[in-house]
Ligand binder design. Sequence first.
Ligand code: ARG
Length: 456
Amino acid sequence: MWGGRFAGGPAQALARLSVSVQFDWRLAPYDLRASGAHARVLHRAGLLDDGELTAVLAALDDLSEAVRTGSFRPTVDDEDVHTALERGLLERLGALGGKLRAGRSRNDQVATDLRMYLRDHARQVAARLIELQQAIVDQAAAHVDTPAPGMTHLQHAQPISFAHQLLAHVHAFARDVDRLRDWDRRAAVSSLGAGALAGSSLPLDPHGVAVELGFDSAFENSIDAVSDRDFAVEFLFAAALIGVHLSRLGEEIVLWTSREFGWVELDDAFATGSSLMPQKKNPDVAELARGKSGRLIGALTGLLTALKGLPLAYDRDLQEDKEPVFDAVDTLLLVLPATAGTVATMRVRRQRLAEAAPDGFALATDVAEHLVRGGVPFREAHEAVGQLVAWCVAHDVGLEEVGAEQLAAINPRLTPGVRSVLSVQGALEARSAPGGTAPARVREQLAAVIERLHRD
Ligand code: ARG
């Protein structure tokens, strides 16, 4: 490609370090589309005549088909996707194939290709996120009236509707979809026409090319166009946060399926066994969702670190942008459907959840708030109920097992009426302020979530 300036070929050690075609080959369809747009621009600029344009476009079509079927493959001598495809074009067109190099560089090509690839795949990730939300929503719809223990610090805190807990995860994934859409607006800028870094002396039409390739606009600064990888970093942040959300859901599924919780039973199709212990049923999908968040976070920090300190414009370090991005896409497209399937098919053990809901003195707040409604300052109510709980712990009984006389003996504030609020159902219904866990509010929330999901 630069034979004129060089007397000899590259050392094998350099070639082995430099080659990227083994991972950037997946950009081939985008590179070919960009080449078609570039050919038309050269034609409009009078640099390709009608016959040449027709021949170049036919060769690009033929090459696309050969790439698609696998009959054209990169060889060990191809450095990257761009040089491999140029070889394919030269094989088809002879010297005419070389005309396409005019006015462009691999620097603007690769930045454009990667943006095209990512915009495409961000849409796929968003579609899988919507399917996952749907799976969670379907479970939530069946469990609005299933009371469950609500936890803070992984300790029983207050009873909640199990649907409320499930929907909390849906809100996180909905923000992820929103984030990807938002990201796309900034990613929709074409770099093609920036050349190596300074733009071109040829009468190119970066805006026309941008529109043809589905971008909203073309670069405003050719140096920025070839050196900016914000779009990749931002995508990796969105991916890492999706990973963290998947990991938190995964961790809950791991807990819920444990014998100690026993809230959920996995479908056989989404659980694994043990080669040694015949009884085992393991939540591997949830664990892999949790584990793979590590590599997504690693991809983000890896690229940020690679970019830090790079002088403008293009530096070869930028070639390191692709593997983390591809790995993040692959990881999400594996984990999201498996997680959706796990959630869609899991069986929630309603009875066990309902029984566990009041455990751990989870209705203590309700007692305190009952006293407050009777005019007791919250501070004193808190103190009185704290004494009640301590007495129950010492005597190994539940709040509801303490008689009226004993209540008064523990603290005179504890009138017999406190027993009236010792119901999980009552505790749920009482939390009826907007966004709360009262089943009526959760039903409204569910309806709003479903409506948004259908819009998405
Ligand atoms: N494979 C390179 C990359 O991914 C393409 C650009 C190479 N440009 C250069 N001037 N060496 O960044």
